[in-house]
Design a binder for this molecule. Structure first.
Ligand code: ADP
Ligand code: MG
Length: 466
């Protein structure tokens, strides 16, 4: 009978303990402590083995990475079950996890690095999370996103052919390429969509054309392609043979109005050792750049990811992270993952304190070297005004607020006397500095001005990175 699913009269708890010992021997200690130690097993009447975890993010991660191992452990320990599910359960989870966040983030990063769609017959499998729905549009990527959506809706029928997306690492190029493939497939706007990285293209070219001398199979692969997506074409640099084949395929597809979308980490004509004729053809379509997200977009991305993972992410934490992690989206995600990992089993959930600890108060370590001048510089940059305006005598609001903020930060972060700070700001009196600092201070406490708090976090992160 399934209700008595266990042989040996074991309770689920002791059976699970035996399973955990088995699992412990097969994964690294940090992985075990973080992801598995605190999990629990419940057995349903229907024979379902339900592995209980603190939240949906955990459930997904454990399922993706350890389902097979857990299955093995259950069988090994003679637990009879019909199916295995991973279930988020709200309860007091005992805090067993140390800050192994770094390791976890790395393991997740490894998983995520490989959104390699399996080539199954004609259809490719695209990364399920990289869709247009999960992509946050902001000033930095608006054009790239719009063009990508347009070609996904009508491949080969827009002026954007080829479409080249270029920009720094971690800004969403692969995400958009995959989203196009996903869309074309689910909305049936194209029959055959192929995604590959330029390295895969190169390897296949070498494998078929050079080693097996079977160029026919290589070309055949692209014969009936409607949408060709090639990621990171900067790696074609210097590879003449590959470029030559790429050009032929690319040229033929373009002539028959098939859609080509490419990504590159820099503007195509800045890729060294790239054939002139390729560059020229790339100029014939649309080259759209992707810029790093601004503060608002970073906050929107965090909100979206939290929603997606079913997380309760306090607004102050969103502001803090978005203010401190400024370089790219991948890093933003990495920080969020670390945060989830280190707070999943704690009673308090995700708090500002944990976020601060994770972002490592990098600033406090640099305090010694901060000068009034560098603070003025960063503040001016964050507000998009000239540094001279801070010491000028304008009383326009666009200038007075940044000026007060800069004074506040100078008082807080440097060892300069109030008098010398005042002098740097166009010879103002020290009482002006006190007054400005007090005003900003009042808005920085709990329940204070969120926009201002985020802005100041942004300035601080600028200071850390300079
Ligand atoms: P790139 O290929 O440019 O190096 P990726 O496409 O791999 O960058 O993006 C890095 C990570 O950031 C991915 O997990 C991706 O989903 C996420 N990401 C990037 N931009 C956005 C965005 N605008 N909205 C949501 N997620 C994003
Ligand atoms: Mg990429």
């Amino acid at each position: 009978m399934l209700a008595n699913a266990l042989s040996y009269d074991l309770s689920p708890t002791s059976a699970w303990e035996a399973c955990l010992r088995f699992i412990e021997g097969k994964v690294g200690p940090a992985t075990f402590e973080t992801w598995l130690r605190a999990t629990e097993l419940a057995l349903g009447d229907d024979g379902q083995a339900r592995i209980q975890v603190p939240n949906k993010f955990f459930a997904d991660f454990v399922e993706e990475n350890f389902a097979e191992l857990i299955r093995e452990a259950l069988i090994e320990n003679e637990v009879v079950f019909t199916s295995l599910v991973f279930e988020p359960v709200e309860r007091e989870w005992s805090a067993v996890v140390g800050p192994l966040a770094e390791e976890i983030a790395e393991s997740i990063e490894r998983e995520r690095k490989a959104p390699q769609p399996a080539v199954g017959g004609k259809q490719m499998r695209f990364h399920p999370n990289y869709t247009f729905d999960t992509f946050v549009v902001g000033d930095g990527n608006r054009m790239a996103h719009a063009a990508a959506l347009a070609v996904a809706e009508a491949p080969g029928q827009t002026k954007f052919n080829p479409l080249v997306l270029y920009g720094g690492t971690g800004l969403g190029k692969t995400h958009i390429l995959q989203a196009i493939g996903h869309f074309a497939q689910t909305e049936h706007t194209a029959e055959k969509t192929v995604y590959m990285t330029s390295e895969e293209f190169t390897n296949q070219y070498i494998d078929f054309v050079i080693n097996k001398k079977d160029s026919f199979s290589f070309y055949k692969k692209f014969n009936d392609v409607d949408v060709l997506l090639i990621d990171d074409i900067q790696f074609f640099s210097g590879k003449e043979g590959t470029q030559d084949q790429f050009f032929r395929i690319f040229d033929r597809l373009l002539r028959s109005n098939k859609q080509i979308v490419l990504s590159s980490d820099r503007q195509p004509d800045k890729i060294p050792d790239m054939m002139e004729r390729i560059i020229n053809r790339l100029k014939g379509g649309l080259n759209a750049d992707i810029q790093p997200p601004n503060l608002e977009t970073r906050m929107a991305i965090l909100r979206k990811k939290a929603e997606f993972d079913g997380l309760n992410l306090p607004e102050e934490v969103i502001q803090y992270i978005a203010g401190h992690i400024t370089s790219n989206v991948r890093e933003l995600e990495g920080t969020l993952i670390k945060l989830i990992a280190s707070s999943s089993f704690s009673d308090t959930g995700i708090t500002l304190d944990i976020a601060k600890e994770l972002c490592g108060d990098a600033l406090s370590r640099k305090d010694e070297r901060l000068s009034v001048r560098s603070i003025m510089q960063a503040t001016a940059q964050a507000y998009g005004i000239g540094i001279n305006q801070l010491s000028a005598h304008s009383r326009k609001k666009e200038v007075t607020l940044p000026r007060s903020v800069a004074m506040y930060l100078c008082k807080k972060l440097t060892k300069q006397s109030l008098r010398s700070i005042g002098l740097e700001f166009g010879g103002r009196d020290y009482s002006t500095v006190i007054h400005a600092s007090k005003k900003i201070d009042a808005e920085m406490g709990e329940g204070g001005n969120a926009e201002l708090q985020a802005k100041i976090a942004e300035i601080e992160s600028l200071l850390v990175s300079t």
